[in-house]
Design a protein around this ligand. Structure first.
Ligand code: GLP
Length: 263
């Protein structure tokens, strides 16, 4: 695992965006195959999306040959619902860049048969040749996508019931009204994320310090599904200094030094 610790949230977001941009450009130089990018929602990726948009507007990055798959969607929210992750992605990334609409994929929260929808999504990812880079955020309790504590670390895309904690944290997107936050979500599984050729988890702020500590130093455990990243051959955690505050001093120094030497 690599751990990239940046001074501020802005620096960490910029690092992440530039890393993604480098990967996309490298693919464009080497092949005509689309770059397949897995994407999260939430507050965490907003700065990364802003930087990707800036690079695009500066003429330094094209998404014309990029295909995207989002991590999750609330059950019961149609794509045009303002709090749906479809709407979030349109607002924070898709409408600002040259992604082809038919190249963007999200789970359909309003699908009449959610199980069938999850199977369709797994099939689409496989047909795209798998995901090249999956970007993720992390919940305060260490959940990856909507794989709440005690989710199987071998899970695939499926319906999950959300914990009250997760619904409370996300109530801010629903005017602070817990009753408006859906009780279930469709989410890619832990194994779906780990099958990507590279996984980058971004964690910002002190609220995420415990999740970062678990992910980097904690035991591999379904109590914090982000710890599954420890088994990935190309896993990267990117965080700001605040999110690194629960790490041991020796861990912090190790990763700071090793990244300095690689520059
Ligand atoms: C939700 C999403 C996760 C996200 C997490 C953290 O639960 N399903 O993918 O990582 O929230 O959100 P935020 O980035 O807003 O802290």
């Amino acid at each position: 695992m690599r751990l990239i610790i940046q001074d501020t949230a802005d620096d960490a977001s910029r690092w992440t965006a530039r890393h993604i941009a480098d990967r996309i450009r490298r693919r464009q130089r080497e092949s005509d195959a689309p770059f397949v990018l897995g994407l999260p929602t939430g507050s965490t990726p907003e700065g990364t999306y802003r930087e990707l948009i800036r690079l695009h507007r500066a003429g330094e990055l094209s998404f014309a040959n990029v295909m995207t798959f989002n991590m999750d969607e609330y059950v019961g929210l149609p794509a045009d619902h303002p709090q749906s992750y479809h709407a979030f992605m349109r607002e924070h990334l898709f409408r600002h860049v040259d992604l082809r609409p038919e190249h963007t994929h999200l789970l359909d929260g309003a699908a009449p048969d959610p199980e069938l929808e999850c199977a369709r999504y797994e099939r689409l990812i496989a047909e795209a040749g798998g995901i090249d880079l999956f970007l993720g955020g992390v919940g305060e309790d260490g959940h990856l996508a909507f794989n709440e504590p005690f989710s199987s670390l071998c899970s695939r895309t499926r319906v999950k019931t959300l914990t009250e904690d997760t619904r409370r944290v996300n109530a801010r997107f629903f005017g602070g009204d817990l009753d408006r936050v859906p009780r279930q979500a469709l989410t890619v599984g832990v194994a779906t994320v780990l099958e990507a050729r590279e996984v980058v988890v971004l964690a910002l702020g002190r609220r995420k310090a415990r999740a970062v500590q678990q992910c980097v130093e904690g035991p591999y455990s379904h109590t914090s599904t982000v710890t599954a990243l420890q088994t990935h051959p190309h896993g990267i955690v990117v965080c700001d200094d605040e999110a690194a505050t629960e790490l041991r001093v020796s861990t912090y120094r190790y990763f700071k030094e090793i990244e300095r030497e690689q520059r």
